[in-house]
Design a protein around this ligand. Sequence first.
Ligand code: ARG
Length: 721
Amino acid sequence: MNKQKISLFVLLVLAFASVKADEGMWLLQLMKEQHSIDMMKKQGLLLEADDVYNPNGVSLKDAVGIFGGGCTGEIISSEGLILTNHHCGYDAIQQHSSVDHDYLTDGFWAKNRKEEIPTPGLAFTYIERIEDITDLVNTQIKEGKTTVIGSYTNGYLTKLADQLLAKSNLKGKPGISAQALPFYAGNKYYLMFKKRYSDVRMVAAPPSAIGKFGGETDNWMWPRHTGDFSMFRIYADANGEPAEYSPNNVPLKCKKHLTISLKGVQEGDYAMVMGFPGRTSRYLTASEVKERMEAQNAPRIRVRGARQDVLIAEMNKSDKVRIQYASKYARSCNYWKNSIGMNKAIVDNKVIETKFAQENKFIEFAKSKGNQEYMDVVKKIDDDISKISASEYQATCFQEVFLGGIEFGTPYLLCDTLKTALDKNDKVLAASMIEKMKKSYSQIHNKDYDHEVDRKVAKALLPLYAEMIPAEQRPAIYSVIEKEFKGDYNKFVDACYDNSIFANQANFDRFIKSPSKSALEKDLMVKYVRAKYDKLKELSEGSKSLSESLALLHKTYVRGLNEMKEPVPSYPDANFTLRLTYGNVKSYDPKDGVHYKYFTTMKGIMEKEDPNNREFTVPAKLKELYNNKDFGRYAMKNGEMPVCFLSTNDITGGNSGSPVINGKGQLIGAAFDGNWESLSGDINFNNDLQRCICVDIRYVLFIVEKLGNSKHLVDEMTIEE
Ligand code: ARG
């Protein structure tokens, strides 16, 4: 294209795209090609493309990474300090908590580097490099080597990534791995080289009464008053390379960290969010949206609700259980409430109607192109969905009850091997199995597991599952319950939870002293687990060919929809890869007659205070700071202390902890939630309603300095005017 054509193209794109300026989780590597950089500048960005993402140099992207397994974190000092959400650090905070050191309740502030707590299992992962491998994959598809499409766990892609890594100059470097993934439903493929630092230490966390203020009641809602942040630090070996924990490791000297602005935000200010959105489904058909509501969200809501009732009752009775189950409970509630909100928002926002309209438009487009494949594709998707939705419903119930609900189980494969060993009198094998069993015993009865709580969960969920799923579709253990226990779930559960070899230390010790085949054969819990895995296999094999067919149809549908939109560029669905979304700070009107301001202040914390409700308790120290207006340099010009703000950025789960960056490239907050009215947003973005909820960086630093007495942390950051 010559220059004139390019600018015409840009104008055209801008004209079309300004209708939906804030929607889009854009790929950084396509920022120039898709002209998102031009759009960003139009919205207020003062930087150049290379400042944001530079494959050949250092850019903002190098200050952002994957925190743990499902969140985003950003580097805020040259010495490896990470900012993320409190709810992202929650597992770690809980892992280090006990009744004696209750960091969940009291918060945690390392006074110096020595006090920063190593957190095994936690990692921070940078994206080193991104390569387009679409042509390579397409060639292999043509050659019949694979049929890969949308499946993320596809073995072919894993192998391909490993092969490409082995050929690259990053091969064998510490912490490096490669991941190949489909984008645009398999119309494009990218290879990501990642660098994983596995010595990450806990540095700071506010009390939950700040970091999780509002609890489940306020979750997914605005107006919000949550200081949802925590801080960690990356440690590396002396060369700055990833290394397992060692006392000799040192804070990582980072090549890039975000600078911070304390100037605050005004309505209309430019805001962009860089991070790792987990999953969106923006290209669903109307039939798929219905399926999402009925076969996924509805059963999830029902099962989780029942489990959560049991958990919260037990957590309220005991501090020990409260700490043990804090993270599991929060995780369950999060997408329980999200599912409720999504089903409501799909109706309120007329998402199904919108999808039908889109399908009709697409058929017209297909006809105008004379493209038969496009003409048929929606109908074919609908047909597949009608065939698969019953098993989707079954799979959700199974997942929520047996994989995400009841925890107790026995390692039945180990038990099988031990049985064989006993049969053959193979003492060496038997001894090695017993050793493995010891390990699995301690994994079952881990620090965060309470056998009595789980017993109650099982008593609630097994009969509930029977209400939801007809007898012939249940795991085989249900016939044991019918026959041997006359359908009495409580008796069955007690028999398992009292008598299984793995039920308690005494049973287990007795068994390993003289392991016997008959004890293994009689064990009800072994039978239960076997039945569970048989069912799992049946479910996944049963839907495999339909899932593949659906994935292929989506490849066609997404290609067609993108063609229909041209010249406006499209962004691919989220798949937990690095994305950029740009927009503005903005208020909204949730319903007729109601206007929501774009920010909240500490005044609202005091309004919400309820000393009798754990979710709305305000720490005495915070109240004191508020009453004395002891806000340091963090207050707004009018003397009020900001807490959270809203932006139009297109985010979803996985973006949690992502940096919110202003037009100059400075950090102004951390994204931590979406809003209730637009919980259908993962399926269809609504420009008027969808907002990103962010904690204001000024509130974060105020809490760190004034409540956490940790000015040393603020001092290592770069605060710019
Ligand atoms: N809704 C937030 C997210 O998905 C998580 C908030 C966690 N807090 C809670 N109360 N469960 O990112």
